[in-house]
Design a protein. Structure first.
Length: 343
């Protein structure tokens, strides 16, 4: 039997990750995955040679899946787009399509003629509800950046099925309707995305301009290490309180403390807006940096909130998932969430 396979292509700064899935009856089935190093200039270069190198890498990642499909779902880094959850009066879809541009002018600090704008209704109370507002997720991405991705995918002989932000892919992979009020913290290479979920719905999201690279640079500067050595120290010792982890932790902690401060601000905003009993009950860590030894304990002890490394593969419990994916589960959340789209 031939199944329609969905491909998630996570184009990261240091790695390209591709995952293919398909649906069989009511179940999602894992098909294949590929990981390879991103070209050093990544997607930022305007050089035709660099663009060709990136296109070749993307084409290889998808071809090696052997999924018999060239259609891919991709994501923009959260710091490359403008994402906002906004409260609005209860409107019809037609009314919203007109009003959303007024909201965009308030929240997006650039000329809207340079932005590709999309939106999605997260919650729409009945019009008869008194005082309740609808919640709308608004995402604006630079049109030039979207066009750049499309161009390189075409060079790679790939078809763009969808493009969204990394946060939306992460939520698809991790959020279920019975999830308690939760903060999802995706610590990427250069930025960290913070998202709050309440009743299975996104209520707050924004990007913090620091990530795993800042931790590596701090270790590198404090101990006079090379870039590769600092990466190895970071992965081995993290912020553990045991042995050398205590010493390395003194370099790691200031970076994590800046993220911690943003989490406290987000919790204060949430508590002020939702004055009920729906307190934040857990923090899910995602991204490559989530694997650092002791990082979950750092946030748990600092905030008094249970903190765990997210495992997006739980829904595939009865399937044989490669050990590389299970061991680095939080690092594949975006690719998996992209592959789950439309299935």
């Amino acid at each position: 039997m031939i199944f329609n396979k969905s491909i998630g292509l996570d184009i990261g700064l240091t790695k390209i990750k591709a995952i293919s899935l398909y649906r069989q009856k009511e179940s999602l089935i894992f098909d294949a995955f590929q990981t390879l190093a991103s070209p050093s200039r990544g997607m930022i270069s305007e050089s035709p040679l660099d663009e060709r190198e990136m296109a070749q890498a993307l084409e290889k990642a998808v071809d090696d899946l052997k999924a018999n499909s060239k259609s891919v779902n991709i994501a923009l880094a959260d710091n490359k787009a403008y994402t906002k959850v906004i409260d609005m009066p209860v409107l019809s879809d037609k009314e919203l399509s007109l009003a959303i541009y007024w909201e965009a002018e308030r929240h997006i600090p650039v000329d809207l003629s340079t932005i590709t704008l999309v939106w999605n209704v997260l919650k729409r109370p009945p019009k008869s509800s008194i005082g309740e507002k609808m919640q709308v997720l608004m995402v604006g991405a630079p049109t030039a950046l979207v066009n750049k991705y499309q161009k390189i995918l075409q060079m790679a002989n790939l078809t763009l099925n969808s493009i969204e932000t990394e946060t939306l892919a992460i939520l698809r992979a991790l959020v279920s309707s019975n999830l308690p009020p939760t903060i999802i913290l995706n610590i990427g290479t250069i930025n960290t995305s913070l998202t709050i979920i309440k009743n299975g719905i996104l209520v707050l999201t924004y990007s913090i301009p620091t990530g795993g690279n800042a931790i590596s640079r701090s270790i590198e500067a404090d101990f006079g290490l090379t870039t590769s050595q600092s990466e190895e120290y970071k992965k081995t010792y993290g912020i553990s309180k045991a042995g050398a982890g205590q010493t390395i932790g003194r370099s790691t902690e200031p970076i994590l403390a800046s993220i911690l401060m943003e989490i406290k601000k987000a919790i204060a905003f949430y508590s002020q807006k939702y004055k009920d009993d729906s307190i934040i009950q857990q923090i899910l860590l995602s991204g490559g940096t989530a694997k650092l030894p002791g990082i979950n304990l750092f946030f748990a002890e600092s905030l008094g909130i249970e903190t765990v490394v997210a495992n997006p593969w739980k829904i595939f419990a009865n399937q044989k998932i490669p050990a590389e994916l299970l061991n680095g589960s939080s690092d594949y959340t975006i690719a998996l969430g992209l592959a789950m789209r439309d299935l």
